[in-house]
Design a protein around this ligand. Sequence first.
Ligand code: SF4
Length: 303
Amino acid sequence: MITDSIEERIITDVLKDTKEYSRIAIQAPEGLKKLSEVIARELERSGKEVLIFADPCYGACDPKDEEARGLGADVLVHLGHADFGLEKCIPVLFYPYYYEVDVSEEDAARISDALGDRDFSICFSVNFDRIAHRLASALSSIGKRPRELQRVLGCSFPSVDGVALYVGDGLFHPLGVAVNNSVIAFDPFTRELNEISGEDMDRRKRGRLLGVLNAERVGILVSTKKGQQHFRDALVIKRHLENRGKKAEILVMDRIERDSLTGYGVDAYVNTACPRIATDDDLGKPTINYAELVELESEEEKS
Ligand code: SF4
């Protein structure tokens, strides 16, 4: 749901904010590739040198500031995400994409009916920030005040007060929220309301855990992406697995993908990179996150 006014605002801001720079690198997620081209053309028209990183970009955990500096860029324009708070070696300017959709009284009434008398909190990804706040006001005006409003990332698995009312599209974020909460998801584009249960996720998680427990050889996955790189954790995991009598090897790559892993003789993986790789991607072998391994070990210690 890209509207011209949102794009125009971002283009205007980028042109204004990059005035003092001469070589500009741009990074954008899949859905904003076209916008990155428009911005590049506008910047070139004003005499700048521009390069676009064409690798897929899934979050602000992966800013290409070092690569941009290596190519002589003096600033990186990162579209579509909010700052992750990582240290960067050149200025990185973030331009989240804020969707604009009205929330009707009817939407608020339907959501209120679905919530019944349960307490709730509102969760949203950065792109739905404005809509989530609008919905909070609409609900408050009919006597349904949320306990809290919480911005979530795909890798943040928050525990909120009451039912989590997720505002946004798709399943990527609400499934993350469902790890620790009952979720009602409201899609402001389609107006659909769906309840998401954590039970199915628990079943799948148990299957993945068993796969790793039964493995003889385990691959520990490490990404070189700046905000996903946890090599020290990988060393700790290797020691733990070896103490359990398993063979373990550390496999390092930029983007963790099934094709790159083909050919290694391991039976399962422990993932230290983006936690959604273990829950959403099919690497062809059981995969758990480091946090899930820690959880398992602490449960074992208690029993
Ligand atoms: S770690 Fe994964 S879920 Fe978190 S911001 Fe990066 S890509 Fe998104």
